[in-house]
Write a protein that binds this ligand. Sequence first.
Ligand code: GLA
Ligand code: ZN
Length: 673
Amino acid sequence: MPDTTPRGLTRLAFGGDYNPEQWPESVWQEDVRLMREAGVTMVSVGIFSWALLEPAPGEYDFGWLDRVIDLLHEAGIRVDLGTPTVVPPVWFYRAHPEALPVTADGVRLEFGSRGAICHSNPHYRAAAANITTRLAERYGDHPALAMWHVHNEYGVPVSACYCENCAAHFRRWLHDTYGSVDAVNEAWGTAFWGQRYAALDQINPPRATPTVGNPAQALDYRRFADATMRENFRAERDILHRLSPGVPVTTNFMTALSQCDSVDYWAWGREVDLVTNDHYLITDGRRTHVNLAMAADLTRSVAGGAPWLLLEHSTSGVNWQPRNPAKAPGQMARNSLGHVARGSEGAMFFQWRQSRRGAEKFHSSMLPHGGTDTRVWREVVELGAGLDALTEIRGTRTRADVAMLWDWQSWWAQNLDWRPSEDHDARERADAFYEALYDRHLTVDFAHPEADLSRYPLVVVPALYLMTEAAGNNLKAYVEQGGTLVVSYFSGIVDEHDAVHEGAYPGVLRDALGLTVEEFSPLLQGERVRVSGPDGSELSGDVWTEFLVPRGAETVWTYADGPTAGRPAITRHRLGEGTAWYVSTRLGHEGLDALLGWAAEDARIAPRADLPRDVEVVHRTGEQGSYLFAINHTAADAKVPLETSGTELLTGERAAGRLVVPAGAVRVVRLDG
Ligand code: GLA
Ligand code: ZN
C-alpha cells in the first residue's frame, strides 16, 4: 500500500516549484541557504525537465538532477519529484509530429510552449512510460524523495484533442462503453437531424460543424478525453508504485472551475495517493478569499475529507490575467492559512525563485527579482515560521456544517449550446450559494449527487442540470429521512445522455420537491422580477422565471410581477421527516441569504451571528485536539467569541472567552479540553 503522506516529511509542507535548471549551479547553493532561512520543508523539482534529462532519444543526463537532489537532501529539504511528461522534448515531436494535439477546428498546435499533447498518441505514451521508468529506477529509493508529482495539471491548457488517433481511440471507448453502434444511436438520440450511424467506425470526434452538433456526443467526448488523460496518469502511477514502493504518487489538480473545467475530479480523487491542488486568485472584482475557501473545500471533498496538500499558489500577483494586482501585505498568509484551515497539510507555491527569462518572468515567487530585501521575502520567512508553529495540526480534519452538491459532468452538459437562456450560468449559481453560506459562517463540504448525505442537516443544490435517476432517488430518501434540501432552478432536467427525463420538469426531482414546472420563462437581459413573501417583504430575481405548479409543496414566495406574476416563486415541501425548498428565479445575495435562513431553521442549524461577515472561522479536529482558525479579512480588529479557553499557536498567547484577531491577521487556537 503506498503511503498517503509525503515520505519523511515531519512538518507541514512549505516550499514551491524549484526550477534550478534555469540558473547556473553557483546559484543553487544560495537557493538552499535561503530555503533554510525561510523554513522550506519540501520543493517540487523536475516538472518541466524532460529536454534536459533526455537531450536526445535514449541519451540521458541525470548528473545535474543528482546534484540538485543531493544538495536538497543535505539541507534536510524533502523532494516532490516530477515526471516531466507535460513537455516532451522537441526531438520527440520532430520524430512524431502527430503527437501534437489538434483543435476541433483542425488546427495542429505547435511545439514551443507546454502541454502540447495528444493523450491518445502511442508514441507519446511509450516515451512517457520510458522517462518515468528511468526516473523511478534512479530516484525511487533516494532518501530525499517524499513523493512523486506526475505530469502537471492534466486538463489544461489542452482539454481534448480531435486528431485521427483520438478518433480511433474514441471509437474504442464507445465500443467499451456501449457495446454496439445501436446503443450509441439510442444514447445520443441520433434520430434527430438524421445523424444515425450504421457502424462505430463512421463516428468522429465532435469537430467543428455548421451549427450546433449532437450534445450527447459532445458530452461523451468530454468523458472520453478525461478518461484518456486518466489512463495516462494511471500508467505512470503504476510504474512509480512498482519501482518506488511506499512513496505516494500525486498529480496537481486545479479544482476551481475557473481554472480547469475539463477534468472530473471525483474520479481523479480515487486514483491519487494524496490529493494535491493548485489555486490562484481570480481578481475579477469579487471577494477572492471566498473563491479560495470554495476551492479549498472542494479539494478537501475530492479527497473524501482526508488531509490534502496545496501544491501551488502565489506569493503575490500572477502574470496570466488581463490585470494582475500584487497581494496586499498579509494577504499571502491569509491565503496560505485559509487553505490550511480547510484541510491542506501545508502551503506550497509556484515558484521558489522568480524566473528572469521565459513566459512567467512577471509571476511572483517566494524569492522575487528584488531578492531578500523585499516585502514578499519577509512575509515568506514569517509564513515559514508560522507553519512551523502549526506542526501539531498535521492529520486533523476540517469540520463541515452543510453540503453542496457538485458534479463536473453536469457542468459539462449544462454548458452545451442552445439552452433556454445563455445568462443562466451554473458556476455563477454555485459561487453565489457558496458565498451566502460563507457569509453565515457555515463550512461547506461538496458531495457527489449520488453520495451518502445522511450526516448533513442541510444540502444545497445550486445548479445541477444533469442528474441521474439514482441521484434523484438519493435526494428524495435524504429528505424523507429528515434532511433539509434547497434546490435552485434548472436542476434535475436531463439524464446522463443529456436526454430530458420523462414527464414534467424537474424530472427526477418532482417527488422530492412536490411540484412540476410547466414551462421555463427566462427573462431578457436586465429584466428583473419582484417576489413577495409571507411577511410582506420583497426580494428580487433576474435571468429566470418558471410556470411552477405545486403538487404537494406550499407556496412561500410569489411572483409579484413579470411573466409569471401571481404564481409560486419559492416553495417548501414537507416530505417524510424532512423539508425540500425550491427556488425558481435567480436570487441576489439578499434573497439567497433569506432563503438559506429559512432552510437553516428547518435544518436546526444556528449559523453564528456573532462574527463580522469577513472574519472566517473554521475548525480542524483530530486525536491530538481541536483547533480554531480565525482569519480576519477586514481592516478592523475582530473579537471571536470562544467556547473554551485555549492557546494561540502563532503568538503563544493564551486566550479565554474571546480571541482578538488584529486587522488582516490569522490566529490558530488549540482549544483546551
Ligand atoms: C500553473 C502551473 C505552474 C505555473 C503556474 C502559474 O499552476 O502548474 O507551472 O505556470 O500555473 O500561475
Ligand atoms: Zn489526438
